[in-house]
Design a protein around this ligand. Sequence first.
Ligand code: PFF
Length: 458
Amino acid sequence: MTEKRTSIHGQWSSRMVFILAATGSAVGLGNIWKFPYMAGENGGGAFVLVYLVCILLIGVPIMMAEILLGRRGRQSPINTMSALAQEAGASPRWAWLGWIGVVAGFLIMSFYSVIAGWALAYVLKAMSGDFVGFTGDSSAAAFVGHIGNPGITTFWHTLFSVMTGYVVARGVKSGLEKAVRILMPALFVLLVLLLGYAINTGYFDRGVAFLFDPDFGKLSREGVLSALGHAFFTLSLGMGAIMVYGSYMPGKASIATTTFTIAFMDTLVALVAGMAIFPIVFANGLEPGAGPGLVFISLPIAFGQMPGGLLFGTLFFVLLTFAAWTSAISIIEPAVAFLVENRGLSRRRATAVVVGLAWALGLLTVMSFGGWGFTFEFAGAQKTDGIFDILDIVTTNFMLPLGGLAIALFAGWVMSSKDTAEELGSGETGLYHVWRVLVRFVAPAGVLLFFLHSLGTF
Ligand code: PFF
């Protein structure tokens, strides 16, 4: 038995709070903004099916591994990995996994905050009644006008960065726990309301068929890799965010049950968002493959038409902002925890450094939509948003799956089965063995196959 560690950053007050915080991290722009447009760009059903398989066979076991490592190490991912490697008699180079996660966190935060800034700006637009009378064309024109103005998008990006920094600087417990408790259920209720609207558009069947009828002819090599990458992105896996949250988890809580709860809620939100959005897309003659603007163009049309749309529209973008907020704090937490542990910075200083750097990097995404966009080809798909697309592909399609692969290998092959069984609290039961096979063989092989496929090997 190793000595039980404690985290210097504090601990969640209960298992329930850990679930809320981790769900807050998982459910974000990835579910409501990204999932629908990726499904749309990749032809729908087949993409969704591959994504669901990835969640279940690769995402869930790796999430359990990531929480387990965090809770056992009880430090920032970099220090956790070196402590656990030492404990297992393995190379100290495993700390690199933590470093790659920190870099991925900066890159993701840089564009995440810009998109969350769009959501913030849309709160104001919804409130001022801008959506009233929107058609497909006028909504698209308003969106393009908005993101094409770097001065304005920088303003909202800055505001969102400051909001994120404010919460992270205050520490693990204050504020955030309470917000997540109320806001996540509210977001879900609002999505269900939108779903009700979508059902009445007359295009519900078509939307559902688009999402769930698999047509593999429509799925490109790039689409397959994106489905894998998105499974990691949406569950916040592969870069230490869930690991660092796990390091604040109370000792006794069951990792398996919590993981299933988080993955289930995350998937549910994405699917409900998809089912709400595609009927509106089809009813208004919009293009499902419209890209990052899909949600920002389709939903305002609905809000502009429905009774009470002013209120619901405002509420929706407020809640979307909150979903993004509770995710953003987890994206930068690994880097902040590291600076506090190893550089002796106060939490506030550390947060200011991390947010400042990510903010500056974010200007590249602002400009990708504000005039610097360029087109390139990736794995047979046409990309039009320049640096934003590059940042997204490098992090989501490569860094997160590779980070997840390393996490699986470490938990499955480097750590002893005695240690992992002890940490999972399961004993070496049947379910434990299922997890171990998934994490040792299925998840790593899955990630490698996806990479080979996207390279065109088969
Ligand atoms: N899971 C978040 C979302 O779906 O919006 C994004 C995210 C959070 C990615 C934390 C990575 C991460 F570490």
